[in-house]
Design a protein around this ligand. Structure first.
Ligand code: SAH
Length: 318
């Protein structure tokens, strides 16, 4: 059953924050297998949910799971960055600028459905084609990126998006290996990484390939840029009093969310040396999570995917 494939992370907190939203429609920009969506729909009978995912396989499972809620649910395949257009498309007669929503949820990252399927190529633990696309119908697979990216770009991505200590060594090894032939499988890439790093790197608690795989996944799916665009898109669509909730799984993502909320919550963004305020900035958000909310030890024990999760939320005030 789909509900066992992927457990929704920080579900109670997500529902608690979004229950503070005015009555209306909530956009779940990463509906995935519908775990959070189901909990939200169960918590309030007046809630309508507009769910988006760029993974059609996940969406098909969400559709099954949420069928019992009938017309309260609309699901669509697409990128959450385009949520305004997608919302308008499914609601003929309205334009993107007309329909406002009472809440927006983004639970970014990969689903267990994606991670556990060797054919999707997300995991080095199982051999499969080196793909890693959340939407296999769009963009280029990871193997094509690895084939074409200059060595400096590979090193930069591994360092920036994977915080990989041996980024340059691994990038060099990848470029040497691809000169001998294309790198097309997850195990081939893992092997290259294992041979490139020093032996003592194997003593740490994670596999030496973890950070490289994470970095390539983030780059292939443009995850950080999408998050920035998605926050803007979601915020624009919220009505006054609407609630934005984001669950992220990576320190770089959490930083983007934190900075976004801080900027919106600031009363003035003038340089500190100006004698008086000239920016005319208004407070746009009330931050609902002074510190990010993290899972309890019990949730982490039950669901390893929850380990790095951080949740932040805000209420739009204008
Ligand atoms: N909240 C869901 C799980 C979400 S997992 C649940 O409880 O079941 C994250 C999902 O986000 C994945 O299915 C992934 O395909 C989707 N996703 C990631 N980036 C996306 C984007 N830019 N647009 C739409 N969906 C995205």
């Amino acid at each position: 059953m789909s509900s066992e494939i992927h457990r929704p992370v920080l579900c109670r907190e997500v529902v608690r924050l979004l229950s503070m939203a005015p009555t209306g429609t909530i956009i779940d920009g990463t509906v995935g297998l519908g775990g959070h969506a189901e909990a939200l729909l169960e918590a309030s009978e007046s809630l309508h949910l507009f769910g988006i995912d760029r993974d059609e396989a996940a969406l098909a499972l969400a559709e099954e799971r949420l069928a019992r809620f009938g017309e309260r649910v609309r699901l669509v395949h697409g990128d959450y960055c385009d949520m305004a257009g997608l919302l308008a498309l499914t609601n003929p007669g309205s334009t993107a600028s007309e329909e406002r929503v009472s809440g927006v949820l983004l639970d970014v990252g990969v689903s267990s459905l994606q991670l556990d399927d060797p054919e999707r190529g997300f995991s080095f633990r199982k051999d499969g084609p080196l793909d890693m696309r959340m939407d296999p119908s769009a963009g280029r697979p990871a193997s094509a990126w690895i084939e074409a990216a200059p060595e400096t770009e590979i090193a930069e991505v591994l360092k920036r998006d994977g915080e990989e200590r041996y980024a340059r060594r691994i990038a060099r090894a990848i470029v040497r290996a691809r000169e001998r032939g294309p790198i097309e499988t997850t195990s081939a890439l893992r092997e290259i990484i294992h041979r490139a790093v020093p032996r003592d790197y194997f003593a740490q608690s994670i596999d030496p390939a973890t950070r490289t795989f994470q970095a390539i996944r983030i780059a292939v799916n443009r995850e950080l840029d999408n998050l920035r665009d998605g926050l803007d898109a979601g915020f624009d669509l919220l009505s006054a009093g609407g609630i934005l909730v984001v669950v992220s799984f990576h320190s770089l993502e959490d930083r983007i969310v934190k900075q976004f909320l801080r900027e919106k919550a600031a009363a003035c963004i003038c340089p500190p040396d100006l004698p008086e305020c000239v920016c005319d900035k208004k407070i746009e958000v009330e931050i609902l999570t002074r510190r990010p909310i993290t899972p309890t030890p019990e949730e982490m024990a039950e669901n390893p995917r929850a380990r790095s999760a951080k949740l932040r939320g805000g209420r739009k005030v204008i």
